[in-house]
Write a new protein. Structure first.
Length: 580
């Protein structure tokens, strides 16, 4: 046995490690208590810096210590000359770098570094930019460093062009650099913006237009180049999601211009409904109603009390304002915040009237394509189809093909799109619900487009496997809607925006909530056969629909309720045709 090294057992080693951890923890807790005690006593001295440095060197995520350290530095700053303050904060920067080596993704470190540079009399932004380059070379997805880099770029005056070249280098060395793709998407609209057209004449801005008169999208010439860049990336590695996500952003629509898209006025109920291109807060939207040249003191509200922001706002006019059909009325809605307005004439003998922006109907869900862009997207679609032949199970390729088809011709490619959605659910079952919701969204968009082309007020989407409802603000003028034989579980609060709805068919779904059937002033008939309405209380919202007379609840669990008819007669006394 002599001369042999004694090997410690695993249990002995673990016990020694435990004791060492306890020793370190005890020292840390002791130092922490000393620091917190000094802070409570209002002591801002060099010792406080030493103690916090000792603790943060091992645990740079202790936010309270960074806060205390800033308090100390601010105090010391008042006691020193400018040159000494410069050295104080430069020393702090060196300390932070040491902490970043312990944890390069420490929020506290990066935040403190930002603060220190704002206090430095002479910050060295070039050095900071170099630090960002080094950190990102070690971890290209360090989002704390990316955030800090944006601050450095702003303060140092680095041009957008230089930053775009920086993303070129990173993407060129690694197509999987998602952060670089994302950063690129924020730079391109600044450097290569799509000019905003003159909405009145659909022309380019006048020479006197502001240089800021551009959208948040990329000009077409640059867009075509970006297609090729992304194309090269996902053909190199079809299963890497970074370039696919960027490509989806390129295919996305520009944000719609903030505008009044529709004004609807009804003599019955003397109500005015205003639809916007984006959700607004009715209480602070800044709307003014002018009736026959006279401004009206009115209070706007959203269609449903649960909708804090909504694309549709409502207002009831004073009694007798527009009820007489023998009188003609002119209404103007001024959106003072956006310096825009829309007129609506209510003619003699007409019970209702509306004015909507027909120019945006066809471009509601997709951007208008130039010949050049259309040909490029067609070539991209062909290339993606070729890739799909090689990679038939690639979900990114399938989803991108769907988006390309929708950019080119959503109605013409509807059948192919539905087939691809079915394939997506099979190859990626974990996201089946997402694909179902996205497919529902696209089907609703297509149906709205068909309805607009036919200029009808009937919306029918029965037996389409819908799982969700969207774009309900586009159905403000619809009088009859058929949603039967789908997979809907609720009628959401947004459903209350259907202010002209008279007949609702929603049989053979899985609807449990009727929350959206709230204060629909023209709703007369509702059919809810074979759904999952369980309690009488689930029907209480229908009491707000004062013209409802026909209700079909056959095949719902609620029919098991004792004395159901008498309970419903109390809740819905105006319903004269009740089917249970």
């Amino acid at each position: 046995m002599h001369g042999r090294v004694k090997v410690k057992t695993t249990a002995q080693q673990e016990e020694e490690k435990r004791k060492e951890r306890e020793k370190k923890l005890k020292a840390f807790v002791c130092a922490r208590d000393s620091v917190l005690k000094k802070r409570s006593a209002g002591e801002h001295d060099e010792e406080a810096l030493d103690l916090t440095q000792q603790l943060l060197s091992s645990n740079p995520d202790f936010a309270t210590l960074w806060n205390y350290r800033r308090e100390v530095l601010l105090h010391l700053e008042t006691l020193r000359e400018k040159d000494e303050v410069q050295k104080l904060y430069e020393s702090e920067l060196h300390f932070i770098e040491a902490c970043l080596k312990v944890n390069p993704k420490s929020y506290g470190c990066w935040h403190h570094r930002s603060w220190v540079n704002t206090r430095l009399p002479q910050p060295d932004w070039t050095r900071e930019l170099g630090l960002c380059d080094r950190c990102l070379s070690l971890d290209e997805r360090n989002f704390h460093c990316w955030d800090y880099r944006r601050l450095v770029v702003k303060e140092s005056g680095v041009s957008v062009e230089q930053e775009l070249q920086f993303t070129d280098r990173l993407i060129g060395s690694n197509f999987s650099n998602y952060s670089s793709w994302h950063y690129r998407s924020t730079l391109l609209p600044q450097l290569r913006p799509q000019p905003v057209l003159d909405s009145a004449h659909n022309t380019s801005p006048s020479p006197s237009a502001s240089p800021q008169s551009h959208s948040h999208r990329v000009c077409e010439e640059q867009l075509l180049k970006e297609y090729e860049l992304a194309h090269n990336a996902f053909f190199t590695d079809p299963n890497d999601q970074s370039a696919w996500f960027y490509y989806r952003w390129l295919l996305g629509r520009a944000e719609r211009e903030e505008m009044i898209s529709c004004v609807y006025a009804s003599r019955e109920g003397e109500r005015v409904s205003v639809a916007f291109s984006k959700p607004v807060h009715a209480g602070s939207v800044g709307l003014m109603l002018v009736l026959d040249g006279q401004p009206q003191q009115v209070q706007w509200r959203n269609a449903h009390p649960r909708l804090r922001h909504s694309p549709v706002c409502l207002r009831d006019l004073p009694a007798g304002s527009i009820s007489d059909t023998s009188n003609e009325h002119n209404l103007t809605i001024h959106w003072t915040d956006k310096h825009t307005h829309r007129d609506c004439a209510l003619y003699t003998g007409c019970a209702e009237s509306w004015c909507r922006d027909s120019a945006t109907d066809q471009e509601l869900f997709r951007s208008e394509l130039s010949v050049e862009k259309s040909s490029v997207l067609q070539a991209e679609l062909q290339s993606c189809n070729q890739l799909l032949d090689l990679e038939p199970q690639n979900k990114w390729c399938l989803l991108t093909i769907i988006l390309l088809m929708r950019a080119l011709d959503p109605l013409g490619h509807e059948k192919e799109t539905l087939a691809h959605f079915q394939t997506l659910k099979e190859v990626d079952p974990m996201r089946s619900s997402y694909y179902s919701d996205l497919c529902s969204k696209f089907l609703i968009e297509n149906t709205i487009l068909k309805m607009e082309y036919a200029e009808v007020r009937v919306f029918s989407l029965s037996n389409k496997k819908l799982t969700t409802l969207c774009h309900l603000d586009q159905l403000l003028l619809v009088t009859h809607i058929n949603l039967s034989s789908n997979q809907l579980q609720r009628l959401p609060p947004q459903f209350s925006m259907l202010q002209c709805l008279e007949v609702l068919e929603a049989d053979d779904n899985a609807i449990e909530s009727l929350e959206g059937l709230y204060h629909l002033p023209k709703l007369e008939e509702v059919s809810l056969k074979n759904n999952k309405i369980c309690k009488v209380s689930d029907l209480e919202t229908l009491a707000t629909c004062t013209k409802l007379t026909r209700l079909d609840l056959r095949g719902n669990p609620v029919h098991k309720t004792d004395d159901l008819e008498s309970e419903l007669s109390l809740i819905l006394p105006l319903v004269t045709a009740l089917s249970l």
